[in-house]
Write a protein that binds this ligand. Structure first.
Ligand SMILES: C[S+](C)CC[C@H](N)C(=O)O
Ligand SMILES: N[C@@H](CCS)C(=O)O
Ligand SMILES: [Zn+2]
Length: 348
């Protein structure tokens, strides 16, 4: 373990949560693509956030489907929900801010519905009480500035060359302030394609009116760097140095790169590692379509999970084009094959 690895003084929200879950946790799967599979038209600059306006019932349904499949962490539909994006659609700033809050409320409501379904009439629940319920966290999604650009820029990160860190902080600040006070358990900064945006998020998390744990999850197209070109190691160091960051990981990346990325992350952090790859297909950002590649099948994807766990990851789910079936299969792998506590790779 390198000298950059810091000792944490107290257990974080995530290490405590992982302990409650038995050492690992299941994250949900692709959200936008699941809305699409159920018939939503998300060919829109707001992408999945469009459904917060047009079909909130479908947002609830997808959350419930992932909970029924075994998810311990459900991620809100706010990936591409920004004040700027909603205002561009003709909404007022107040309406835009309400929709951001609503994205979290819907997710918390889904958790309550799920708990009520599980416990209704259950003798066990009456005797064991709330502690016997499956632990579930609500993570408020924040997509990158590239997501707002709505052209697949989160897979290039190239805008780093034309925007400053201060511009990125100004862009994200209001949304993060709102999500901080929304009732979410943490923020999931997702699909981060460059180091500058990670630095902007880390700075925001130090601001006095932003007080919430977060995970930073990067994307990669080669298993070594983020799309803009910085090494995953450099990016992970930014996340590791931020005391509010409770997990570091990789999402919306082909499963074939995950092994090498976990090895790199483990060189610079002992924080929990979160892994939620996509199906291995490639996104055409101009036409908003997924192109079939020689990607992994769902079965191959799931067969990697216990190896990734042995390499040091502890939270597993799926990103774009994965489904509740993927998540059910991951939950099954982990429940059949749980690690001895001594093998847990994160600092308690
Ligand atoms: C993670 S990508 C598939 C999200 C969608 C993209 N920002 C777009 O609007 O096309
Ligand atoms: N949480 C988002 C990530 C997109 S890359 C989703 O699943 O739609
Ligand atoms: Zn994705």
């Amino acid at each position: 373990m390198g000298s950059l690895v810091k000792e944490e003084t107290s257990p974080s929200l995530m290490t405590e949560f992982l302990e409650k879950c038995g050492g690992y946790a299941v994250v949900d799967g692709g959200f936008a693509t699941e809305l699409e599979r159920h018939g939503a038209d998300i060919n829109d600059p707001l992408w999945s956030a469009k459904c917060l306006i047009t079909s909130p019932h479908l947002v609830t349904k997808v959350h419930l489907d992932y909970l029924e499949s075994g998810a311990n962490i459900i991620i809100t539909a706010s990936y591409q929900a920004t004040v700027q994006g909603f205002v561009a659609k003709g909404l007022s700033v107040g309406e835009a801010e309400s929709l951001l809050r609503r994205s979290v409320e819907i997710t918390c409501e889904a958790r309550e519905i799920f708990y009520n379904r599980c416990t209704k009439g259950s003798w066990d629940f009456d005797h064991a009480g709330k502690d016997s319920r499956r632990p579930v966290l609500v993570a408020a999604s924040v997509g990158s500035y590239g997501a707002y650009l709505a052209d697949g820029s989160e897979y290039s990160g190239i805008y780093e060359d034309s925007v400053s860190k201060e511009t990125l902080k100004d862009f994200h600040r209001r949304r993060v302030q709102i999500l901080t006070k929304s009732g979410a358990d943490l923020i999931a900064f997702e699909t981060i394609p460059n180091k500058l945006e990670a630095e902007a998020y880390a700075d925001l998390l130090e601001e006095k009116d932003i007080d919430i744990p977060a995970w930073f999850s990067f994307t990669s197209k080669d298993g070594v760097t983020v799309p803009h070109g910085e090494s995953i190691i450099e990016c992970a160091k930014v996340a590791d140095s931020c005391k509010h960051v409770v997990a570091i990981g990789i999402n919306c990346t082909s499963p074939r790169y995950i092994h090498d990325l976990i090895i790199s992350l483990r060189k610079v952090t002992r924080k929990p590692i979160v892994i939620y790859p996509n199906s291995g297909e490639v996104y055409d950002g101009l036409n908003k379509k997924w192109i079939k590649s020689e990607g992994e099948t769902e079965e191959d994807f799931v067969s990697y999970v216990s190896r990734w766990r042995d390499e040091g990851a502890s939270l597993f789910g799926g990103c774009c084009r994965t489904t509740p079936n993927t998540i059910r299969a991951i939950a099954n792998v982990l429940s059949c094959d749980s690690p001895a506590p001594s093998k847990l790779k994160f600092r308690q």
